[in-house]
Design a protein around this ligand. Structure first.
Ligand code: DTR
Ligand code: CA
Ligand code: ZN
Ligand code: ZN
Length: 318
């Protein structure tokens, strides 16, 4: 039986229906109890695991001229690291090759076997950095959190109704080149099969904010409700409209959403009151600079956002 609403809502509906039809028989047993489908909640994403991926990305940058940028060895080494983890975890991985600014570049796509491939929940992040530095917050943070969420799917043996797909994009810093290449390569039919594209680009800024993309309302509500459960206020993410890898998907009419912890904009006093940190200072003062290293991470924001990603993936795919 397929539900048109999220599995969590459907399960609630089933339980309510079961209760309304249950009768207490003379022998004390219950007749008509129809257990709802087991909708497992998302697991906690261990932030230590996410930070371990960030440490690897930092090491890769350090060993390759200090960055993980388009056309540089550090980018391909980053992709090989992520791919190795996913292959070992049972994902079907595909490396897409494309050329940009005269250099070969790569997207990594990972499909989790199973689920209805006519309904795909996709999560993505750009894996490249700028050439000025290692790009640990921008965007090692999103890449590591999406990777650990995918590995959590494998660890759980999660088999949702919808198909799960994950992606790590090349050349976002050149203008969303990799993600645009991917979307442009999809047939109209395959574009229509992507029910949700979730984008994660800078989710652990050292002076963090909690911003939720205000594009698709269902995805937005999924994230906002999660943070409400943590008693964390969120704000709509409007600065980044068109400035990250959700843009090509949105242009193709695919529902998009995502999370953001802030870049070079300044945190206000009101935002400090809501989120802590320092007002009058940028959310990420090392944005696009050499100091965007593994010390340029707020662990609490990384943890909350990683858990929110897992929550949304479970919720939207059930
Ligand atoms: N992460 C940035 C792109 C980006 C996304 N949202 C915003 C908001 C404000 C400035 C930049 C951004 C990048 O990859 O450069
Ligand atoms: Ca966690
Ligand atoms: Zn950037
Ligand atoms: Zn970015």
């Amino acid at each position: 039986m397929k539900f048109s609403v999220s599995g969590r809502t459907a399960a609630t509906g089933l339980v309510a229906a079961a209760v309304s039809t249950v009768m207490l028989l003379t022998d004390g047993s219950l007749a008509g109890a129809a257990p709802g489908p087991a909708q497992a909640a998302a697991p906690d994403i261990p932030v230590a695991n996410v930070k371990a991926h960030l440490a690897q990305l930092q090491s890769i940058a350090t060993a390759n001229g200090g960055n993980r940028a388009h056309g540089k060895a550090g980018y391909k080494a980053s992709l090989d690291y992520v791919k190795g983890k996913l292959d070992a975890a049972g994902f079907t991985t595909t490396v897409q090759t494309f050329t940009s600014s005269g250099a070969t570049d790569y997207n990594l796509i990972a499909d989790w076997p199973g689920g209805d491939t006519d309904h795909v929940v996709m999560s993505g992040s750009h894996l490249d950095s700028v050439s000025a530095g290692p790009g640990i917050n921008d965007n090692g943070s999103g890449s590591a959190a999406v990777l650990e969420t995918a590995l959590a799917v494998s660890r759980a043996g999660y088999q949702p109704a919808k198909h799960l797909r994950f992606a790590w994009w090349g050349a976002e810093e050149l203008g969303m080149v990799g993600s645009r290449n991917y979307v442009n390569g999809l047939s109209t039919a395959n574009r229509s099969k992507i029910s949700d594209y979730l984008n994660f680009d800078m989710i652990a800024s050292p002076n963090p904010g909690y911003f939720v993309y205000d594009d698709d309302p269902t995805i937005e509500k999924t994230f906002k409700d999660y943070f409400t459960g943590l008693n964390i206020t969120t704000e709509p993410e409007t600065e980044g409209d068109g400035r990250s890898d959700h843009a090509p998907f949105k242009s193709a009419g695919i529902p998009v959403g995502g999370l953001f912890s802030g870049a070079d904009y300044i945190k206000t006093a009101a935002q400090k009151a809501a989120w802590g940190g320092t007002s009058g200072k940028a959310f990420d003062p090392c944005y696009h600079r050499s100091c965007d290293t593994s010390t340029n991470i707020d662990d609490t924001a990384l943890d909350h956002n990683s858990d929110a990603i897992a929550h949304a993936v479970w919720e939207l795919s059930s």
